[in-house]
Design a protein. Sequence first.
Length: 245
Amino acid sequence: MPFQADRRFESLTEAFRHIFGQVQSESGLVYPREPPGLLFRGECGSFATTADGGRRLQAEVLAGECRLSNPDVVQLGRLVFKLAERLRKEPDRLDRIGAMGLLQHYRLPTRMVDFTANLNNAFAFAVTGASSTGRVAVMPRVPQGLRVIDLMAHPWAERAQRQGAYAVIITDELADLKSETARSLAGIKWYEFPIVPFDRNHFKEMYQELLRESDDASAGFLRLHITEYVEAFWKVFAGTDGVVA
């Protein structure tokens, strides 16, 4: 069954006002207290499903839509494992879930999906891309059937803190956050709206700021150790969007 949003609005402003009303109702404040009561995810309207990066990569390989071979995918999995092990040692000392969450935030394939506690940030992500439609998901901070982790806990994760970033650990039962099962069990609502040029211009600077890595020590750490691993074991290439592939 094709994806259908819980509600479609006539404009981004109308969608924002509606969701913002839920935030105020949940917290009684303009910005929710910590921890927030609701989390948000902004997406380009081109995607029929919302799955984790690991499952998306597997599906692309099986469908012959991926530039990586099966041995490449195996090596990529080893890279993720090695980086996670490094993050568990000094000076980071993250636990396994925290380490995987940090890798997820920098677009390495894991079993996680990004969310944010900041509604403005969600809309900034929703208006990017080529689609004329944007989507924002609203989910309880403690959804049934899913575990949420805070990606801002690492003291060096400046970009994650800037984004108000959280991650949801995806399960086999709730593999697609747009599925009826996930939406019903976890209480996820999807809202859809058209995107006009003014919307893109309004959020352009904010989006660029959210993705800036020049002052993010964690991004530098990961880039360094990916380079070390690739030089020692494996040649990789980057896609047009900068994602390791």
